[in-house]
Design a binder for this molecule. Structure first.
Ligand code: ZN
Length: 261
């Protein structure tokens, strides 16, 4: 039984309220440690950006402050959603279709608050929860779509979920973008944003010191209210996610990890 399986078993055995409390304490300690000792300040850049988000909310949780700051300076920001977000509803097809539409609308609202217009948002609509199980052909098709977007927008920075983000779709998103960058042979700065990593990763077991060495923090105080309003507009998600989990993203800094491109 590997470490991830053991952790999943442990998650099933502990009552949810205790588990969330423990995870909140754990993630808060880890965030404080990274912010105080384990990271360097990220200089706000004027570079245009493209943000790849597995689900409708990850981009706002992980990069909402960065997006709002860039847009306030009229720097182009493109947001691309890989999945349709159906996984957060019930398994009934009609309800899945409904949740997918709701999440799309919430994404447009949230990104509107952050300054991104609907024409700068792309939905690739792959089935939620399946990115890791795609057949080679489907996989290559998404990579081609990503390459097309990278070449069309010529963004200077790309934002992706952390490569060890403790969620299948998130980790696969990282791999797909890295493959697309390699195949397109473009040069672009890659920044990883953590969503589940600091919540689920046992202290220093999944996150190695060499990963933390690449941590940077971006102060987002000036746009914090905008980010918090954008998060609040994801009503379907804020009602179902643990309270402590959302709290991680309401602070005055965002954490990013630089990656080899
Ligand atoms: Zn997600």
């Amino acid at each position: 039984m590997n470490l991830k399986t053991k952790l999943q078993l442990l998650e099933k055995l502990i009552p949810n309220t205790w588990l969330y409390q423990m995870q909140y304490i754990h993630s808060s300690l880890l965030v404080q440690w990274i912010l105080r000792w384990g990271s360097k300040p990220l200089v706000f850049s004027q570079k245009s950006a493209i943000v790849f988000s597995p689900h409708q909310d990850d981009e706002t949780f992980g990069c909402g402050g960065m997006i709002a700051m860039k847009r306030e300076h009229e720097i182009p920001v493109i947001v691309v959603f890989l999945t349709d977000g159906q996984g957060s509803g019930s398994s009934e097809p009609s309800s899945q279709e409904k949740i997918s539409q709701i999440r799309k609308r919430e994404a447009v609202t949230a990104l509107g608050i952050l300054g991104v217009s609907p024409s700068e948002i792309h939905f690739l609509e792959k089935p939620d929860g399946t990115l890791q199980d795609l057949k080679n052909e489907e996989r290559q098709q998404i990579i081609e779509q990503i390459i097309e977007l990278l070449k069309y927008y010529k963004s200077e920075e790309v934002y992706v979920p952390h490569r060890k983000d403790c969620h299948k779709d998130h980790e696969e998103t990282y791999k797909l973008i890295q493959k697309a960058i390699a195949q397109s042979e473009i040069t672009i700065e890659v920044l990883q944003y953590p969503i589940w990593l600091l919540w689920r990763a046992p202290l220093f077991i999944i996150l190695k010191l060499q990963d933390i060495a690449k941590a940077y923090y971006l102060p987002i105080t000036s746009v914090k209210d905008k980010k918090n309003r954008a998060i609040a507009s994801y009503i379907s998600q804020t009602q179902s996610l643990p309270h402590g989990f959302i709290k991680q993203f309401l602070g005055t800094q965002e954490i990013f990890f630089k990656a080899e491109s």
